[in-house]
Every structure is written in structure tokens, then in C-alpha cells.
Design a protein around this ligand. Sequence first.
Ligand code: NAP
Length: 243
Amino acid sequence: MTRPTLLITGASSGIGAATARRAAPDWDLALHYNANLTGAEETAKAARAAGARVTLISTDLSDPANVAALFAAFDRDHAALDGLVNNAGVVDIAARVTDFTPERVARMVAINLTAPMLVAGQAARRMTRGSAIVNVSSAAARFGSPGQYVDYAATKGGLEVFSKGLAQELAADGIRVNAVRPGIIETPIHAKGGQPDRVNRLAPMVPMGRAGTADEVARAILWLLSDQASYVTDTVMDVSGGR
Ligand code: NAP
């Protein structure tokens, strides 16, 4: 039987990399990354060892025009697409809204909202009945992230509304669309936002008393992609330890 193909954006690190490793026994993988070739290659090596056929695609999604290049590369190696994890995303250094610059907001919106919308559209064109999309949102969409990155929270809120609309558009085509909303998860994203201690600082505020792991988010994503979730579309699943 042919193995299904899964495209994961931002698969060089954190949640995307964990999702690739979890998916590898069951899916062939197109792993997208931006700059972290080492991380992408490590993920690919682990996935190949687990049985997946893997291709790597590097594109900078801060320019949404590059989505075309991503799919041109995808089409060179893959005849079909069965799953998409729209995961690539960024935060920025903590700042109040009064200090936001146009450059900061434009970059955040491009990577976290414009690109995922275009990626999902291109993915849906290549999908057939039974395929599924998971958009990676954030608990920030519920909290608004005041004093940290309200712009980030706003992009994730937008992604959830997009996810809802797309789920409704594609439901009759048999393509399911859902989102996950991770809470505080141990990945490199916090250090990239200038807060390497963020996980330790916030973990005690989580009802479960700890941060989550990237693998715990990956398991939720893979469930939503799987036939186990065959009647689940237009949902947002919190993976946040009760927070
Ligand atoms: P991460 O470890 O920093 O990984 C981010 C991924 O996005 C990397 O693969 C990175 O690629 C890619 N990326 C960054 N800038 C990009 C660009 N300009 N173009 C294309 N790809 C780019 O972060 P993570 O924590 O796993 O985050 C994954 C998703 O989960 C994000 O959407 C994030 O908002 C969401 N999330 C995370 C948490 C958390 O606590 N960790 C909580 C809620 C939601 P390179 O490394 O190759 O540059």
C-alpha cells in the first residue's frame, strides 16, 4: 500500500521536528525549514531511520511569495499530498504595543498568518477526500499576550478564524481542517524571543504544574490528522495542561 505524504512547515526544530519523528513510521514526509539545516537534517535522519521517505525543502516564509517555491519543490518529489501541519512560526522580543514597529508587525503577520493561509490553499489544491490539515495556533490567542507580543497573539487568533473558514469550505470535499493551541511548550522558540527562562518562569502557573513537551503536542497533531479523528473538523484543541 502507498504511504500517505505529510508536509510539515518548520520541521527543523521544536513541535515541527517532534511531529516529523512521530509521523515517520506511518507517513512519507516533506519537511520544510528556513535556516536551520542542521536541525532539518537531524529530523530527516531520524525519520528515515523510522521508515519514512523524506525530502527537505528550505524557504523563508517571511516573504509569502516564497510559498510558490515551496510547492514547486514539493511537486518535484511528491505526486500527492495527504496531510499538512502548518507549524512554522515566530515570536519576537517582549514589547508593548506602543513600541511596535511596522517591520516587526509585518514580519510576524507574514510568517504566522499570511504564509500559513497561502500554504493551506496550495496544500488543499493537491489534496483529495480523506486528507487533513492541522494549523498550529497558540494559547496566546486566548490570552492576548499583553506586554509580551500582542502581535503574535493576534496572528494566532487570525489563524484560528482562518482555520474555521477553511474547515467549512473544505468539509464537503472530505478534507478536515483543525487547529491545536499549545500552551507553554519546551522548545527553542522562547530563547529566540529573548526569554530563555520563560518556560521555568511560567510552568508553575500551569494547572498541571509543568510545561508540555513538543512530543505531547505532536501526538495531538497526529491524532487530528489520523482516521481516529475522521468526524472531527473545525475544532481547536488546547494542548496546554489546563491553562
Ligand atoms: P521553534 O522550535 O522555534 O521552531 C520554529 C520553526 O519555524 C522552525 O523550524 C523554523 O525554521 C521555522 N521558521 C522560523 N522562521 C521562519 C521563516 N522566516 N520562514 C520559514 N520558517 C520559519 O518553535 P516551536 O515552539 O516548535 O513553534 C512551532 C509552532 O508552535 C509555532 O507556530 C509557534 O507559534 C507554536 N507554539 C509554540 C509554543 C511553545 O511554547 N513552544 C506555544 C504555542 C504555540 P528554522 O529553524 O529552520 O529557521
